[in-house]
Design a binder for this molecule. Sequence first.
Ligand code: SF4
Length: 406
Amino acid sequence: MDLIDTLVEKGLRRESPTRDEALAVLATSDDELLDVVAGASRVRRKWFGRRVKLNYLVNLKSGLCPEDCSYCSQRLGSEAGILKYTWLKPEEASKAASAGVAGGAKRVCLVASGRGPTDRDIDRVSRTIEAIKEENEQVEVCACLGLLSEGQAERLRAAGVNAYNHNLNTSEATYGDITTTHTYADREETVRLAQGAGLSACSGLIAGMGESDADLVDVVFALRAMDVDSVPVNFLIPFEGTPLAEEWNLTPQRALRILAMVRFVHPDAEVRLAGGREIHLRSLQPLALHLVNSIFLGDYLTSEGQEGKADLDMIADAGFEVEGMGTTTLPAHRARKEACGGGSCGPCGDADAAGPTEAAGSAEIAGSAKAAAEPAGAAADEPGAARTDLVAVRRRGAGTDLPPNA
Ligand code: SF4
């Protein structure tokens, strides 16, 4: 394919595709899918080899957010039966982080629901980082605490934070359709504040919210213009109890095309496969490793991922290797700020762009995401049909007495 050959050549030179070329990647047919993946895979290997960085989410504070992001299970008025708790104690967060590190993660992503942190919250998070570093001195820390105020990014950096996650999520043109309590410009400003303080910027998107191809391309190019180090790609988890509960409009093939497009536009940035990978890519997950160089280990913020061991097995079976603690994630020309990679996290970043299904308090959900309930009926196999059976609320790890999945 001339298109893919052109994009591979550009990617190897760190050049951006044109907007039309990015749109053309999204418009390729299923017959062309493996050619698209193979091309983007060459770009991925050029800048990241066969390494896969593992990140581990610790949800420091879950639910009860006053903001109204329609994709989020923690939003104002959400009826999703998620865990709800206030700030974890430093030792609780450190214990969860240690489980992730023991499972192979080199970065922990500390996430808190809410519009943004107060200065007291920054103190709290600073104490948590201290506790984490006491146990795991080398671990990278990404914070994801919502909209930042002046001076807060500098305080986080002084506390040992390497990266800050705050996703743009969707195009500027459609941002008002998914959230009304803050703006796209607010989000851009927080990314800039983080960059201005010397933090590695992690900012990405959520696909599958009913957006157009043009919207996806717009947000991916906006992130390139901001020169972010890490681009988390979430696929909407349509939690029951949220306004987007019926938005099941991704296929595994489309998810791969989106990841390939993001790789071509961000050839040398960390592209991180985030929330929704299990439920939307399903058996095609290993192909995504040829496009992204970073994933989350185990569970997400409010939903369960596949077992951590299954993540590790998938990486090994596909011929990739887990990136070690001493390895710098980003290529040398991009690596800056003390060998920090880039991070991505949750809600205010949304590494779990939704949360599950289920009535609050029902105990039988406690298995893995794959331990779903009823088998899907024939209608549910149609693209776009609801697959609520694939979504499971997180019921283990942070905020519970059960061991974390790592
Ligand atoms: S994404 Fe963040 S700010 Fe938005 S509702 Fe969820 S927790 Fe609140």
